[in-house]
Each structure stands twice: as structure tokens, then as C-alpha cells.
Ligand binder design. Structure first.
Ligand SMILES: Cc1ncc(C[n+]2csc(CCOP(=O)(O)OP(=O)(O)O)c2C)c(N)n1
Ligand SMILES: [Mg+2]
Length: 359
């Protein structure tokens, strides 16, 4: 849903109109990226000051994440994200407080009630599937959700997101073959940041572009520049529309950059040269998008200062709120681990409707 739909603000610069959006959409996209970055930076400060155990960062991925998640219908479509998906989760409707609750592993954390590692976001109400630590498993979950949408006759789209290293897992082959055969409403997103921890892409992949592999499944594969937020948006909009109208799955590979170490437990200067890191910083999508919006007359200095102020306040509020929340109650330690056998009622039978439109 566009900002114009929600707020009735319909002013559209040439830049916005070229993508079927209005200026307020572009500003909201930029605001989401800035908020994701500021939350992420705060998580590192919390980690380095001994207040949060672990950070795994989306810094450098935000442009691709916001552009690609933007065409999804909030609380209707499903997204199965990965540990760098802070901006994706914000687009899906998670709040800064909710993301910080996960960071502090508090009992009221909607991701897992403080059960998972920080960075393993999820939100049932917003249809964000909880991140699993074994990479690439989320593609199978999302493929199952796409199949369920087909069986139930719902016009939902399922999107699975992961890094290029994870895309080499066997789960990916199984899921892509399955969703392609059944032409399920599915979008596979690879955020290719050139590394799997310290292993560079040329030692993980036998192809330059992961998207080339889409041809092997008979589905479209597109490479997009992850610093170009609107190119990411356009690619995702096409893939989501295609999935929703029953034309089957697609793959999008966004070339992004990883501005931080793999995680707070990694020191990337051990395996990346100073020259490479300088190149990396030049591919930061946040100032690139900001400058694009400034040049198009969509964002001016006043609006930008207002966004900076709002973002700073949201980060302060989220940190203070989450830090003050209690840890999970130890008595709830095995909640969600075992089925509730307090009732002898058998589970309700499940009779799927006949599958229509599949091949
Ligand atoms: C099945 C499995 N194997 C290995 C790991 C350890 N591991 C965690 S993240 C990661 C690298 C993944 O790289 P990539 O998919 O490119 O994502 P990035 O972290 O670069 O965004 C690895 C190997 C894991 N979590 N799960
Ligand atoms: Mg990677």
C-alpha cells in the first residue's frame, strides 16, 4: 500500500511518478532506511558497552531491503527474512521497540519471547516468519506458505530472503524446484554482499550472478543494484505482481555491500584490505538514496533534519523501553517446546480445497 493510499498525499515528482509512487512514498522509504541504520548502530553501541550480547547487522543492505519489501501487502503477504533483515522487518510493520526487545531477549519480545539469539526477528501478526539459525531453512517455510496460500485460495505472496552464501544450501534447490513446478506465489531474494562470513563470493559460487541459476528452474532471475532503492522496488513489484496473478515464482539478486563485520564477533580487517573497505563505504545506500531524493527535490534540508530528529528519538525510546522490560520468566522455559496436551481433543481435521490453477 502506498503512502498516498494511506494519507491521501499525492504530490509526485518525476522521480516518484516514474515508479508509480508519490513523493511521500520516497520519503517514507528513506525514513525507514535511516531508522534501520540508526537502530543497528545503537545495537553495536549496546554490544560494545556490554549491554547486548551479540549484533548481526543490516548496514549496507537497507536500500535493497526497503525497496524489495515495499511492494508486499502488509499483514497479508508473508516474508521469511534472515538475520540482517532489520529494514525488511520495519517495512513489514515491526516497531523499533519490538526490534530492541529481540536485541535484549526480553520476555515481551514478539520475535520469540527472548528464546532466540538477537537478530532472529519474527512477528506472527505481521506475517514475518521467525528467523532460524540454520541458514536457508526459511526458503522451505516460505515455499510451504506459498503452497498453503494456493490451497486456501488466498492471493498471498511468500517472499524468502537470504545471503548468497546461504543460497548454496540444498534447501534452496529443493524449494525452487518445487515452487517452480507448481507455479506458486513465491519470490526468492538473495542479498549478495560478496561474503559468507570471511569467505569471498568467488570461493562460494561457481557463477558470478546467483540469479543465473533461476534459468535452471525455469523461472525469471533478475540482478539489481542494491544501492539503487527504486530499481530494487521495481524488480520486486514486478515479481510480487507476477506471483499474485498466478504466473509463478521469480528470483531477485540484489548486489549489496556489508559495511560491518559479519557480526559483532567478527573482525573484518583480518580479511578485507583498507582499500576494499573504502570502496565498500562508497556503496552505502543511505547517502546515495538521500542525495538522489535531494537532487530530485523530494527531500530538503528541513525534512531531512526532521527525519534525523524523529529517528534519534525513536532509537532512544526503543532502547530505554526494551532495556527496562523484564527477562523471560524462567517458569516459561519450555513454553512452545512441547505440544499442550492438557486437552484430549484431537486437532481439527484439515481438508484442503482442490488445487486450482496449478499447471
Ligand atoms: C546451515 C548453516 N551452516 C552454517 C551456518 C553458519 N553461518 C551463519 S551465517 C553464515 C554465512 C552466510 O553467508 P551469506 O548467506 O552470504 O549471508 P551474509 O551473512 O553474508 O549476509 C554461515 C556460514 C549456519 N548458520 N547454518
Ligand atoms: Mg553474503
Amino acid at each position: 500500500m502506498t503512502v498516498a493510499d494511506q494519507h491521501g498525499s499525492t504530490a509526485a515528482s518525476g522521480l516518484a511518478a516514474a515508479y508509480g509512487l508519490v513523493d511521500a512514498d520516497l520519503v517514507a522509504m528513506y525514513r525507514t532506511m535511516a531508522l534501520a541504520r540508526a537502530l543497528d548502530e545503537r545495537m553495536w553501541v549496546l554490544n560494545r558497552s556490554g549491554r547486548a550480547p551479540f549484533v548481526i547487522s543490516g548496514q549496507g543492505h537497507e536500500g535493497a531491503q526497503v525497496g524489495i519489501a515495499w511492494p508486499l501487502r502488509r499483514d497479508h503477504d508473508w516474508v521469511a527474512p534472515f538475520y540482517r533483515s532489520i529494514a525488511t522487518c520495519l517495512v513489514a510493520g515491526m516497531t523499533p521497540r519490538e526490534l530492541m526487545l529481540a536485541q535484549f531477549a526480553r520476555g515481551s519480545d514478539p520475535s520469540s519471547g527472548g528464546r532466540q539469539m538477537p537478530g532472529h526477528y519474527g512477528h506472527a501478526g505481521h506475517h514475518v516468519v521467525s528467523v532460524s539459525s540454520p541458514v536457508a531453512t526459511q526458503i522451505l517455510h516460505a515455499a510451504g506458505i506459498a503452497l498453503a496460500a494456493r490451497i486456501r485460495g488466498l492471493d498471498q505472496v511468500a517472499m524468502a530472503i537470504m545471503g548468497e552464501g546461504s543460497s548454496n544450501q540444498g534447501d534452496v534447490h529443493e524449494a525452487l524446484n518445487f515452487v517452480a513446478i507448481h507455479r506458486l506465489p513465491f519470490v526468492f531474494v538473495v542479498e549478495n554482499n560478496g561474503y559468507a562470513i570471511s569467505v569471498p563470493a568467488e570461493r562460494e559460487l561457481s557463477v558470478r550472478d546467483v540469479a543465473d541459476r533461476a534459468a535452471g528452474y525455469g523461472i525469471p532471475g533478475t540482478v539489481v543494484d542494491g544501492t539503487d532503492v527504486l530499481a530494487c522496488y521495481a524488480a520486486a513489484r514486478d515479481a510480487v505482481d507476477r506471483a499474485r496473478r498466478g504466473d509463478g515464482p521469480s528470483m531477485i539478486e540484489a548486489k549489496v555491500t556489508r559495511l560491518t563485520g559479519h557480526s559483532s564477533d567478527d573482525q573484518q580487517t583480518k580479511y578485507r584490505s583498507e582499500a576494499e573497505l573504502a570502496e565498500t563505504r562508497a556503496l552505502d545506500p543511505l547517502p546515495i538514496f538521500r542525495d538522489q531524493l535531494r537532487a530530485a527535490g523530494v527531500l530538503d534540508e528541513v525534512a531531512q533534519l526532521e527525519i534525523d530528529g524523529d529517528v534519534a528519538l525513536a532509537v532512544e525510546d526503543a532502547t530505554a523501553f526494551a532495556e527496562a522490560e523484564p527477562d523471560p520468566d524462567p517458569a516459561t522455559g519450555v513454553d512452545h517446546v512441547f505440544a499442550d496436551r492438557s486437552s484430549n481433543e484431537p486437532p481439527p481435521p484439515w481438508h484442503p480445497a482442490p488445487r486450482e490453477g496449478a499447471r
